[in-house]
Design a protein around this ligand. Structure first.
Ligand code: G3P
Ligand code: CA
Length: 258
């Protein structure tokens, strides 16, 4: 491929709000992403899972218990697995009050709602697909949802990431043109063919400048995460990473502006 720009010419790193920006608002909510955008985030990272009726919702854990009031609304449905509830049931849940009563109006968003936010001029989206034996076919449904709503994201920033690289290789063929990011662990060896991917997303711990250069040499961008620590944020910027995932986008904005 074409040579990437030298570090000095690179654009500033993307400011990515982890779980929509979960420092000052409940994670994986529309309110979190809207606030993150106002705080300077370029992208909101969201976690995508599948309901019992194969709808796509944004929530991190495999269960509803930590970030919604599912235990109160549906007593007796332990362990409140996302994959055991329909979208209609999940729509009844409050996904904000656990964080603060100020967010009592937040529900578990659908993927479609996030695309609508993007279409309305919101922050870009970095969608993490949470693969699980409980959600077979999730990639096909994400691809269908993106194809059906192309007008909402075309020309805007949208990318997909997951830990399952083989799944992402197949997904790339289903939605050509949508950048694919590979979530990795530090020290993970890259397979020979990563041509379908645009970037690696690596944990900041153990990341070296040499690794960043090596990825760049292969035409892969490097996103690093997830941290709120100013010293670590500054170090990642000095390594020339292309994006940083943080729960505190306002803090990162201050560091990137320097
Ligand atoms: O650093 C990437 C991140 O999104 C993966 O971790 O558990 O927050 O989804 P998690
Ligand atoms: Ca995530």
């Amino acid at each position: 491929g074409t040579a990437l720009a030298a570090p000095a010419e690179r654009p500033r790193a993307d400011n990515i709000a982890h779980r929509g920006g979960s420092g000052g608002a409940p994670e994986n909510t529309i309110a979190a992403c809207a606030r993150a955008r106002a705080a300077g985030a370029d992208l909101c990272e969201f976690d995508v899972q599948q309901t019992k009726d194969q709808q796509l919702v944004l929530i991190h854990d495999e269960t509803l218990a930590r970030t919604t009031d599912a235990e109160q609304v549906f007593p007796g449905r332990a362990p409140w697995q996302v994959a055991d509830f329909t979208l209609a049931e999940i729509r009844r849940l409050d996904a904000g009050s656990w964080f603060s009563p100020r967010f009592g109006n937040e529900g578990v968003p659908t993927l479609r709602q996030a695309l609508e936010l993007l279409g309305a001029g919101g922050a870009g989206l970095l969608l993490e697909i949470k693969h699980s034996p409980r959600s077979p076919g999730i990639d096909r449904r994400v691809a269908a949802e993106l194809q059906d709503n192309r007008a909402l994201w075309q020309g805007r920033r949208l990318s997909l990431q997951a830990f399952d690289w083989q799944a992402m290789r197949l997904l790339h063929r289903m939605v050509p043109g949508v950048p694919i990011l590979l979530l990795g662990t530090s020290g993970a060896r890259l397979p020979a063919d990563t041509g379908y991917a645009s970037a690696l997303v690596l944990p900041h711990a153990g990341l070296t400048e040499r690794q960043v250069r090596g990825a760049h040499g292969r035409g892969l961008r490097v996103y690093a995460g997830t941290t709120d620590r100013p010293r670590v944020l500054r170090r990642l910027v000095s390594y020339g990473v292309d994006g940083i995932m943080t729960d505190r986008p306002a803090r990162l904005r201050g560091i990137l502006a320097r």
